[in-house]
Design a binder for this molecule. Structure first.
Ligand SMILES: Nc1ncnc2c1ncn2[C@@H]1O[C@H](COP(=O)(O)OP(=O)(O)OP(=O)(O)O)[C@@H](O)[C@H]1O
Length: 258
């Protein structure tokens, strides 16, 4: 009698698709070498946090990704295009797929919440019908739980609310990639954790990929799929929060010691 064949169940992992691939990037300002053979892949729907001391080059890296600074050497592929080779028109096009959440929120004080949210729409899509603009503003504000603030001025809102509005404005163009600069800095711990949750919720809803610069280790722990340490111009470490937290390397350890 023959033995029945065993069925081996193998869970198939979805293949990872890169949203951003940074290969052998160098950037210097005169004698100041900031990026020195920097490599990093950010996969689609992944949240990658960049850790690094002040002045280590985190902002320079972000500026190279969006083409505000030109890398001296290497390639930076963003959603299929090498930004180091794009024309100004090509860069403008790719930037419509990238959202930014600035540390200071970058809202216009003299504009209402609605006008602040309409601003990126008008800049990128001048031919949108007013009803479509209204619907997009409404959806963006509902996403952050602040639908009632449409006609308010920024000065009437708390720090946490301003961060939510800034996030709504970042999301209104439905970017495929979001770059966050210190999203929780200056917020109290409770509000900061609410912002972490909101970032995660919106990322799941819109399937965005993100690079986050943060020194707030609670935020890093909550929202990172991977953590990367930028040190001496290189990607010095790349792993999960837990793997870096458990590292014995002194250059890594210092970020996890409170
Ligand atoms: N446009 C520029 N011209 C000359 N040097 C620059 C320029 N931009 C950045 N640098 C230098 O590059 C280095 C990295 O700066 P960067 O702003 O990227 O640091 P960072 O890691 O973002 O720091 P922080 O955490 O304090 O914001 C610094 O030495 C800075 O002086």
């Amino acid at each position: 009698m023959s033995t029945p064949e065993k069925t081996v169940s193998v869970k198939k992992e979805e293949p990872k698709v890169a949203a951003i691939t940074i290969s052998h990037v160098y950037k210097r300002f005169g004698p100041n070498v900031v990026l020195k053979d920097f490599n990093l892949v950010v996969n689609k729907e992944e949240n990658v946090v960049i850790l690094g001391k002040s002045g280590s080059g985190k902002s320079v890296l972000i500026k190279c990704i969006i083409g505000l600074l030109k890398a001296d050497k290497g390639s930076i592929n963003v959603l299929g295009d090498d930004v180091t080779k794009l024309s100004d028109d090509g860069l403008a096009k790719i930037r419509t797929k990238i959202g930014f959440l600035f540390q200071g929120n970058a809202l216009y004080d003299s504009m209402t919440v609605r006008e602040n949210l309409e601003f990126p729409l008008r800049r990128h899509w001048t031919d949108l019908a007013p009803s479509k603009v209204n619907a997009m503003v409404k959806e963006a504000l509902e996403n952050v739980g602040l639908a009632h603030t449409t006609e308010m001025m920024p000065e009437e809102l708390s720090g946490g609310m301003l961060k939510r509005i800034a996030l709504a404005r970042t999301m209104i163009l439905k970017p495929e990639i979001i770059l966050y600069d210190e999203p929780t800095t200056g917020l109290d711990p409770v509000t900061a954790r609410e912002i972490d949750q909101l970032i995660l919720t919106l990322q799941k809803k819109y399937h965005t990929s993100s690079i986050i610069i943060s020194h707030d280790m609670n935020c890093v722990k909550n929202i990172s799929d991977r953590v990367v340490l930028l040190f001496e111009g290189k990607c010095y470490a790349d792993g999960t929060y837990q793997s870096l937290e458990n590292s014995a390397d002194k250059n890594i350890k210092q970020f996890f010691e409170s």
